[in-house]
Design a binder for this molecule. Structure first.
Ligand code: S3P
Length: 177
């Protein structure tokens, strides 16, 4: 069994995921970091050379690989839910938890996260804020369909998000939810 965290860029998957992993004594894997190591290129360069389609194909391979592992906390990239194959693979042996936040919070978090420089190429011709608004709306049904549980993170610290994930996970594994 794994825990997969899904949600838009900047919803805190990595920060909370690391804390949950520490608490459970499991390994934390960020799917984007894993992909970059596997290919030997950063995500911005993969987009530049092969476009978003090439990145999504690689992401699909990575999600399939990670789904075969056990006792991992996996942070999936924000767009991983767009492919049905990924959602099918995630759901095979994981509790899938959606982290949510409003556009303003996401905008601020992305601007202060150094990861944005190499791992977050622009996804539309829009400006940053409008891209977030547009994609949040477009992806909402994908996130909802893929998730078993949801956590609103805007007013929570990474530690509080991690605690919510842990209590959800414990309820599930003890048969409560
Ligand atoms: C993407 C989100 C990124 C990364 C890539 C595409 C997206 O992951 O996979 O830049 O389409 O939302 P994070 O959600 O970890 O930032």
């Amino acid at each position: 069994m794994n825990i997969v965290l899904i949600g838009f860029r900047g919803t805190g998957k990595t920060a909370a995921g690391r804390l949950v992993a520490q608490e459970l004594g499991w390994e934390f894997i960020d799917a984007d970091d894993y992909l970059e190591k596997k290919i030997g290129k950063n995500i911005k360069d993969i987009f530049k050379e092969g476009g978003e389609g090439r990145f999504r194909d690689l992401e699909e391979e990575v999600i399939a690989e990670l789904s075969l592992m056990e006792n991992k906390i996996i942070a999936a990239g924000g767009g991983a839910v767009l492919r049905e194959e990924n959602v099918k693979n995630m759901k095979k042996n994981a509790v899938v938890i959606l982290l949510e936040a409003d556009a303003d919070t996401i905008y601020q978090r992305l601007h202060s996260d150094p990861k944005s420089k190499t791992q977050r190429p622009r996804l539309t011709p829009m400006d940053d804020y409008n891209e977030i608004l547009h994609l949040l709306e477009y992806r909402r049904p994908y996130y909802e369909k893929a998730s078993d549980h949801r956590i609103e993170t805007a007013k929570l610290s990474p530690k509080e998000v991690a605690q919510e994930i842990l209590s959800l996970f414990r309820e599930i594994t003890q048969g409560g939810v």
